[in-house]
Design a protein around this ligand. Structure first.
Ligand code: SF4
Length: 489
């Protein structure tokens, strides 16, 4: 690796939330509202976007690769999506892969009528169910796990679409926050453990659903409540809602990584401001892992709230020692190697005048492969920092996520390969420390982790998955790694 070239695409070494969903019903401008809502959820998926609308007679769909603004900013685009009900989706691709056929919402004409579905999460027995359906004659249009739900609804023997949908969901395991449209209206639901988020709001008589509260803010909707784990909320075309809880009572296990990284800091997740939670994690990090230094420097942008918390707790000045350009767009065709290097440096650069001669503590939200962390440390040293300490606002990410988050396979996770001191050597920091799992819980929920009944899904830190993983049982076993797995400090 060429360490003299600070190739700092800081987002290339992050876990990536795979999807965001938004739905609106009883709205005069449902598709425009949905486009705006999706735009606020763009951070949850940037490879493709889609909107499906219903005009009282027909469903209309427009899906494309790229950002929401690339596909839905023109009157022409929204003009092909008429009607008072619409739902949309932004995605990264892992399960099912890229390609237009996997872009959601997925739509099918069922015997019981049109059915459009947008899904945030991942069905951990999708392959198993798919194999079974194919054996029985089903023909799949996409490779998305979400299409399995459509086939299960299509083949259910229950009389109503709602009952068929519930019947289908009883067969799937894993994480799902869904918005579904039928000609009767919209259904929003979360899996029984509520692993992925989903909230509900209103603008007058319009009911909206979104992955995060920030999308409600942006479209001018008033937050009403979260969709509860295991709850289905049905909304008719007059905006009348009814709640169904067909899965019985379960202890919820929302994803703790929403607080660490996925959600926007201006969202409220699980009743807590994400920004405040991240600051509290930074404070906890300072309490647990103090180091003498001159400056607290966030790895932008995701490390900023935790760095503010760390600085406030430790009394050390917070400074922007790494500057991120806000004007980086698509990759340019470069005339030469030197120009290519400078184009990479367009993204992030050391604030040399600030860090030169200083002892720096860098704050980041997580370490995934570790390659980016190593480049940042090197960049700080090249800019003249005398000491570079690294503090991480989450425990070591040592396990893959099977619930809709794009994680590298386990053998590529730094914390699955190494204990603490080898990790420090790998990223070449003077010291390295992570917030503890109990410290993380204390910061986001004010109580330590109850090991018998954890409040959150924290499987990527602990390896304790809250559901069965039918498709993946053989994948995440340590024996399959090409080297022994160490216990992480
Ligand atoms: Fe979230 Fe990690 Fe659980 Fe995945 S494994 S849902 S990223 S806490």
């Amino acid at each position: 690796m060429n360490l003299t070239n600070p190739l700092l695409d800081l987002h290339g070494d992050k876990l990536r939330e795979e999807c965001g969903v938004f739905g609106a019903i009883n709205a005069n401008d449902a598709s425009a509202l949905t486009a705006l809502g999706l735009h606020a959820l763009q951070h949850r998926g940037q490879e493709a976007a889609g909107i499906t609308s219903y005009d009282g007679e027909e469903f209309h769909s427009l899906r494309g690769t790229g950002h929401v603004a690339d596909n839905f900013s023109s009157a022409e685009a929204l003009g092909v999506l008429p009607g008072n009900m619409a739902s949309g989706h932004v995605r990264y691709s892992t399960t099912g892969g890229a390609g237009l056929r996997n872009v959601q919402p997925l739509y099918a004409d069922l015997a019981a009528g049109g059915f459009a579905i947008a899904h945030n999460g991942n069905i951990s027995n999708a392959q198993h169910l798919r194999d079974d359906l194919v054996r029985k004659g089903a023909i799949f249009q996409s490779t998305s796990d979400t299409e399995v739900i459509i086939h299960l609804v299509a083949t259910s023997r229950y009389p109503t679409l709602l009952d068929r949908f519930v019947d289908a969901l009883r067969m799937v395991e894993g994480a799902y926050s869904l918005t579904v449209m039928t000609k009767e209206g919209m259904i929003a639901c979360r899996d029984p453990l509520g692993i992925r988020p989903l909230v509900m709001g209103r603008i007058g008589k319009t009911v909206v659903f979104a992955s995060e509260t920030v999308a409600l803010d942006v479209v001018g909707a008033k937050f009403e409540r979260q969709v509860d784990p295991g709850e289905l909320i049905q909304v008719d075309h007059e905006g009348k809602t009814s709640s169904h809880r067909p899965f019985g009572e379960h202890k919820s296990r929302p994803c703790i990584f929403e607080h660490v990284y996925f959600s926007r800091p201006d969202s409220i997740f699980d009743g807590r401001s994400v920004y405040e939670a991240r600051k509290a994690i930074g404070m906890q990090l300072a309490i647990e892992n103090h180091v003498d230094c001159d400056l607290v420097v966030p790895v932008p942008d995701s490390g900023v709230p935790a760095a503010i918390g760390y600085a406030q707790q430790s009394g050390v000045p917070f400074e922007l020692g790494i500057i991120r350009s806000h004007y980086v767009g698509r990759t340019f065709i470069q005339p030469s190697d030197s120009a290519r290097q400078s184009s990479v440096k367009r993204k992030h650069n050391a604030n040399r005048g600030l860090v030169e001669g200083k002892r720096i503590v860098l704050i980041d939200d997580s370490i995934v492969r570790g390659t980016t962390s190593m480049k940042i440390v090197e960049m700080m040293r090249e800019a003249g920092a005398t000491e570079v300490h690294f503090r991480v606002a989450s425990p070591p990410t040592a396990h893959s996520c099977f619930y809709g988050v794009d994680t590298p396979e386990r053998s590529k996770l730094l914390a699955a390969r190494m204990e603490l001191e080898p990790m420090r050597e790998f990223i070449r920091a003077d010291s390295l420390a992570f917030v503890s799992i109990d410290g993380l819980y204390r910061a986001v929920s004010e109580v330590e982790r109850d090991s018998d009944q954890p409040k959150y899904c924290d499987a990527c830190f602990t390896g304790e998955y809250p559901t069965s993983l039918t498709d993946h049982n053989e994948v995440d076993k340590p024996a399959q790694l090409p080297f022994p797995v160490n216990k992480v400090a």
